[in-house]
Design a protein around this ligand. Sequence first.
Ligand SMILES: NC(=O)c1ccc[n+]([C@@H]2O[C@H](COP(=O)([O-])OP(=O)(O)OC[C@H]3O[C@@H](n4cnc5c(N)ncnc54)[C@H](OP(=O)(O)O)[C@@H]3O)[C@@H](O)[C@H]2O)c1
Length: 298
Amino acid sequence: MRVLVTGSRGLVGYHVAEAFRESPSYQVFLTGRGEAPIPDLPYRSADLTDRTEVRALLAWAQPDAVIHSAAMTLVDACQENPALCWQHNVYATYLLVQSLTEMGAKAQLVFVSTDFVYDGYPIEKRPYVEGDYEAPVSIYGATKLAAEAWVKTYPGPWAIARTALVYGWAPTLPRDNILLRVLKQLRQGQPISLFADQVRTPSWAGDVAQGLRLLVEKRAQDLYHIAGPDIESPFSFGQKVARVWGLPTELVVGITEEDLRLTAPRPPYSPLSIEKARALGYAPHDTETVLQRLRSQV
Ligand SMILES: NC(=O)c1ccc[n+]([C@@H]2O[C@H](COP(=O)([O-])OP(=O)(O)OC[C@H]3O[C@@H](n4cnc5c(N)ncnc54)[C@H](OP(=O)(O)O)[C@@H]3O)[C@@H](O)[C@H]2O)c1
């Protein structure tokens, strides 16, 4: 089975490529905009906002499944430049849907989305379940929700996987993530301020990748939450990182939204229930176990 991974130079995409290449059942094809992230896998550079490049990419890969993880992911940059964010997140997804449809709509399309489609003010304080109302508070969240809407118009098999606060390491990362930020600061003996009043389900990229592979294996055709199993604030997560790496926990400073107003608003409470994905076989590791494992690598 031929699997095309978009955003393969990014955190999620890189791990997705690794997850699929583990099995001889898959031939993995990668795309991104810079150099190939994994030298021994076929790679084609393409800008997904260019219709001709998208068509050529699909003609090259002839995929049976596409994992679409490419996106403009910097939430504040999206807020500052909504048109650009819309182009990379919505228009690129639209072009993929259109081009796959032109090819007969046989390939499964798996779209990676976000907890930021929720507003973070649930009526009942419980993790969000699939089917809860969406009301993004940021441009980034709005573009991801609009992209989901295009995915749902795809006449072939599609799945949407919403994930959250993804952490980990990969060789060609275009941006940092909470784990790398905490380690960088604490290793330099510098404090790091992290929100104690935001609630998330931090997700290790390796687990997210296995979840996405599961959606392909089961040929799932629905919306799923593919996130970590533990509910944490960025602050509590940062403290865990400090403890596991034996770095000073007092350098991890808890702040609130009132202390630091970011450009884009964030949902205050957006943990994702993963029960639906668990029923399919998704089994993410708890944060402590993942951090212990990553300790020798990062
Ligand atoms: N990171 C999180 O905390 C988080 C949380 C929830 C959901 N998500 C979702 O998960 C997915 C993956 O996130 P990530 O953290 O892996 O992101 P990432 O590390 O920022 O990687 C995203 C990749 O998308 C590629 N890309 C962006 N625009 C493109 C375009 N027009 N054409 C081709 N490639 C393009 C970039 O490619 P180049 O590097 O080659 O330029 C980049 O490598 C995204 O859809 C994001 O919305 C992420």
